[in-house]
Write a protein that binds this ligand. Structure first.
Ligand code: PLP
Length: 492
């Protein structure tokens, strides 16, 4: 399996392609595009039938081996077996089986043949769906680095979910250190405790005196110093990482296969969306031949994606137009994985994709509505890819959390509430609608208290997390001090 950049010129496509292991540790392609396979591997009906019986780990192996063709199969099987265990994904709700890794729960079967189902993706160590991919990435990184006797220093900024998922995936891994910046005293007590209570010597928590953007700017400044970056072997694990996207493809297959008994049954997914990483994996599963009917992107007030799927206009937001909401992991100004879908939408034309995303830089967006003066008319093809969308507000989230507690007896988090709200608007008779649960409520307790007047239940082991000893340093937003700190701790 070869990979190509979404911005590759038609003439360069074959000569510049790379294999899975070549792009595993990297981020953007050299031309600024994102990596995709030169063609999506296809699944047959017979394969789907056989996969119905598989454990999650074995299913992950079957799917990954189609993409990671340069990793020996026995090694890949060992990696997926080590990653997807009931010990790692142990935080299942009462009545759900941890051994299923992403258990389904039927919320409602309507008299008119509609069906609403929740797929739990948040049973991993940090109680959010990012563990599904990040835990695999940790094991893949360790495996690849050991093979080349190399090391990697992951450097990033977080306002919550991504940083903790990365730290829990990389803790104790040989050859890897994590330097994670977060805004000092700006994360919730729970999120802070989750990260800072890690005592592993390869995890470095750095609280920056400033806001998230200051931390993010430091990461950019340090990463732009290419000699420093090379010498210190600095890498990232952000949401454009191809291996993360591929690992997420697996749970769409699991969801479909668990919700159906034969391959002619219809299933749609509603996905709480921010950077388009999660739902991009759904798109890839569909392109591989998984019989997904609709892919519904649910956004909050930051509705960049909803706007595109309603109008064909992609318009990124300025910081002043980006709202801090009660579903903060979806508070994005642009969707960093969206380029992968646009590449497919414009017929895998790297030149067009490059021009469109250069226009995002110069003009803040592009317009594929087909109206006079627009950049193209491919919006008319969106329905063919199954995409739909919807959005919700803070008020909607509070109401949905209340409704779900009353009607189905479970407490959901704010991001999942965005998903359920939009899913309910897109139910169709004869089609099972699966909503992906992207976090557990305990992570966003402040809003749960507002909605229900009581605390969200905490999974076992998290009861007193705020009281554990914390390991972190506080630093000013000073790039030179940051570099000195990294160099001192890598010894490179
Ligand atoms: C990251 C995140 C999202 C958004 O996922 P994308 O892949 O960026 O679209 C939604 N919900 C939660 C809880 C998250 O952590």
């Amino acid at each position: 399996m070869q990979y190509v950049s979404t911005r590759a010129a038609a003439s360069a496509a074959s000569s510049s392609s790379q294999q899975f292991s070549d792009i595993l540790l990297g981020g953007l392609a050299a031309d600024g595009g994102l990596f995709l396979p030169t063609a999506y591997p296809q699944v047959t009906g017979a394969e789907l039938d056989a996969w119905r019986q598989l454990s999650y780990a074995d299913l992950a192996y079957e799917i990954l081996k189609k993409f990671a063709t340069d990793i020996p199969e026995a090694d890949l099987r060992a990696l997926t077996a080590k990653t997807y265990t009931k010990e790692v994904y142990k935080n299942a709700r009462k009545g759900e089986k941890a051994s299923q890794i992403t258990p389904l729960r039927v919320l409602e079967e309507g008299a008119n043949g509609t069906k609403l189902v929740l797929q739990a993706l948040s049973n991993g160590p940090t109680l959010a769906f990012k563990d599904m991919a990040m835990q695999l990435l940790g094991n893949l990184f360790e495996y690849t680095l050991a093979k080349h006797n190399a090391q990697l220093n992951i450097f990033g900024a977080t306002s919550g979910d991504t940083g903790s998922a990365a730290e829990y995936a990389m803790r104790g891994k040989k050859g890897i250190r994590v330097f994670m910046l977060s805004p000092h005293k700006k994360m919730s007590a729970f999120q802070t405790a989750q990260m800072f209570s890690l005592q592993d010597p390869n995890i470095f928590n750095i609280a920056i005196e400033g806001v998230f953007d200051d931390a993010q700017d430091m990461v950019k400044a340090v990463s732009n110093d290419l000699p420093f970056k090379a010498k210190q072997k600095i890498g990232t694990v952000n949401s454009i990482n191809w291996a993360r996207v591929v690992a997420q493809v697996v749970y769409y297959f699991r969801g479909y296969l668990s919700a159906t008994t034969s391959n002619d049954q219809k299933v749609s997914f509603t996905v709480p969306s921010g950077n388009f990483g999660n739902i991009c994996a759904g798109h890839i599963a569909r392109m591989m031949g998984l019989p997904i009917d609709k892919l519904v992107a649910a956004t909050n007030e930051n509705d960049v994606l909803d706007e595109f799927f309603r109008t064909g206009v992609y318009r990124v937001r300025k910081s002043s137009e980006t709202y801090h909401t009660s579903s903060p992991s979806m508070d994005i100004s642009k969707a960093s994985n969206f380029e992968r879908f646009i590449y497919d939408l414009v017929g895998r034309d790297g030149d067009r994709t490059r021009a469109l995303f250069q226009k995002v830089e110069t003009h803040g967006g592009f317009d594929l509505s087909g109206k006079p003066g627009s950049d193209g008319d491919e919006f008319k093809l969106v329905a063919k890819y199954g995409f739909k969308s919807g959005k919700s507000t803070h008020e909607d989230r509070l109401n949905t959390i209340r409704d779900v507690a009353d009607d189905y007896g479970i407490v959901i988090d704010t991001h999942t509430a965005d998903g359920i709200k939009v899913a309910r608007e897109n139910l169709e008779p004869g089609v099972t609608m699966i909503v992906l649960e992207t976090a557990l409520a305990a992570k966003f307790n402040e809003t749960i208290l507002d909605a229900l007047g009581e605390d969200a239940e905490r999974p076992e082991g998290f009861e007193n997390i705020e009281d554990l000893p914390q390991k972190f340093v506080v630093m000013p937003p000073d790039v030179e001090k940051m570099k000195a700190y990294i160099a001192a701790n890598t010894g490179l």
